[in-house]
Design a binder for this molecule. Structure first.
Ligand SMILES: Cc1cc2nc3c(=O)[nH]c(=O)nc-3n(C[C@H](O)[C@H](O)[C@H](O)COP(=O)(O)OP(=O)(O)OC[C@H]3O[C@@H](n4cnc5c(N)ncnc54)[C@H](O)[C@@H]3O)c2cc1C
Length: 174
């Protein structure tokens, strides 16, 4: 089955062997007989940290979404990293890759120091800000992380190389 063919009906050969890896937003849509793998111990991918700031009001929808998945007859394998060997062993009809993305880390001197963190590290509580922080990047994630820290009483400096905030992707203002 080619990647761009429509989904076959339930019960067809391809429908029985569907196999996904990546339990983030795109890996989790229900349908047919599915085994969903995620190397993380929890479903949600980056939505887990994305929903941490309460002003985004994303946490309830993410909980509902994960709850609905639990009600489906789907084999969910958490804490399992999919490799070529996994695919060879399972022999699925279709493999759906929904393995997400990694943050871009610029090559700035000192980037490996203990006091440097990604937004994900902070939002998931893997690293803490004591009193003050410089946030590099004024896109969506930089802006919301800066706001989240400022709301906690931290002194925040936000640095953006473009002339305005949040204009690198789809402009929010025209
Ligand atoms: C801080 C932050 C804030 C964000 N805020 C917003 C927002 O407000 N609105 C919005 O629309 N989007 C937001 N996003 C983006 C959004 O989170 C992503 O677009 C979305 O999570 C992408 O979903 P995905 O399923 O493609 O990938 P991911 O969420 O990255 O999920 C991929 C999953 O695949 C798993 N995986 C990877 N490789 C393997 C493997 N070999 N075997 C098994 N499992 C594997 C990973 O563990 C992960 O769970 C934000 C992202 C971040 C980081």
């Amino acid at each position: 089955m080619a990647w761009n063919e429509p989904m076959p009906p339930e019960g067809s050969d391809c429908g029985r062997g569907r196999f996904r890896h990546g339990g983030g937003a795109r890996g989790c849509s229900p349908g047919h007989h599915v085994t969903l793998y995620d190397r993380a111990k929890e479903l949600g991918g980056h939505l887990l940290e994305a929903s941490v700031p309460s002003f985004k009001r994303m946490s309830p929808p993410v909980r509902v979404f994960k709850g609905e998945l639990g009600t489906l007859e789907m084999d969910i394998q958490l804490g399992v990293e999919v490799t070529p060997d996994t695919i060879r062993k399972e022999k699925p009809g279709v493999v759906i890759i929904a393995a997400g993305s990694k943050p871009f880390i610029p090559e700035i001197p000192g980037i490996g120091r203990d006091n440097v963190a990604t937004a994900t590290d902070l939002l998931l509580g893997k690293k803490k800000v004591k009193d003050s922080a410089v946030v590099v990047g004024g896109g969506l994630i930089g802006c919301e992380t800066a706001l989240w820290l400022a709301q906690q009483g931290k002194k925040v400096t936000l640095v953006e190389m473009l002339e305005d905030l949040m204009i690198a992707g789809i402009p929010l203002r025209t």
